[in-house]
Design a protein around this ligand. Structure first.
Ligand code: FES
Length: 78
């Protein structure tokens, strides 16, 4: 499922607030690290809550890829 999330250029995740996955990823890059942070900064999952599961998947995928990117930046020094 994570690969499918990466292949879409942009999609609406939260219809109640009109929030896209791109906005969620940008908020995570700006420092949001929890559903609470995303709810406060974007309003995602603050009305009906149906977008909560997908938002959480995007958050996990974004944080995992950020960790993998960081792992590629560092290497052992002997
Ligand atoms: S779709 Fe996100 S709160 Fe309803």
């Amino acid at each position: 499922m994570n690969n499918r999330l990466n292949q879409c250029p942009a999609m609406y995740v939260c219809l109640c607030k009109g929030i896209t996955d791109t906005q969620i990823r940008a908020a995570i890059q700006d420092g949001a690290s929890s559903m609470r942070d995303l709810r406060i900064s974007l309003g995602v999952a603050s009305q009906c809550g149906k977008c909560g599961v997908l938002t959480r998947d995007i958050m996990r995928e974004s944080m995992t890829s950020a960790v993998e990117d960081n792992e590629q930046l560092f290497y052992a020094v002997s």
